[in-house]
Write a protein that binds this ligand. Sequence first.
Ligand SMILES: [Zn+2]
Ligand SMILES: [Zn+2]
Length: 265
Amino acid sequence: MRFESIASGSSGNCIYVGSDRTHLLMDVGISRKRTGQALHDIGLDFKDIDGIFLTHEHSDHIMGLPVIAKYSQMPIYATKGTIRALARMPKYRDIDPDRFICIRADEPVSVGDLKIDPMTISHDAAEPVGYRVYEGSKKACICTDLGCYTDYTQACLQDSDVLLLESNHDINMLQVGHYPYSLKQRILGNRGHLSNAASGQLLSRVLNSHLKGIFLGHLSKENNIPELAFETVRVELMFSEAGYRAEELPIRVAERDVPSGLVEL
Ligand SMILES: [Zn+2]
Ligand SMILES: [Zn+2]
């Protein structure tokens, strides 16, 4: 199994997950050109992509979709709520409805030799999901855009080999920052985004000895700094009872504009 964060953050999200013969994109929140360049750099082309899985209808996850869908024929997997939301949005409602395959949380679908199991997340979109992707015994998880986590979230992320987890904001930076009060409340709310501290707490509960990559993702441009996200998560891990030393874990920040490079499992 191979995994790459192509772009991550409030300005655009796109992830590649694949095996030797199956290739998927999870969200296409950057331009077709940038997505194509990243695929080219790992020896792939849009015609190799077997499907696009969407997490939800916010523009930082779908911005590239209309143009990519226009020039390539791969199916688009999304929940009923996401598909309905797209059908009401200019630019997206012109995508042929036949292109969509409806998925539901906790009902795995197979594409080639990969199995994709959507998971429910708490976020202010129609029917948002994260993803668990399996190739045999290998497991990759993508879990961003969630205001809070539950025992269910924790159970979903258990036993991953690679994990992309949201570490959206530093609570203090957000609180003293210039965002209007209502937006601050939205981000901090249960259907908003996960803070660095909450990300570290959730991570401490899902660590295992075979994790090959831990990506802190979907960082806010205004309310976070990569070093701060990294340090806050490290401190949370240090004070947790997980028994792992943060410096021994493969933790990295998934960069906004630079692909992470392939993690091979
Ligand atoms: Zn969102
Ligand atoms: Zn987002």
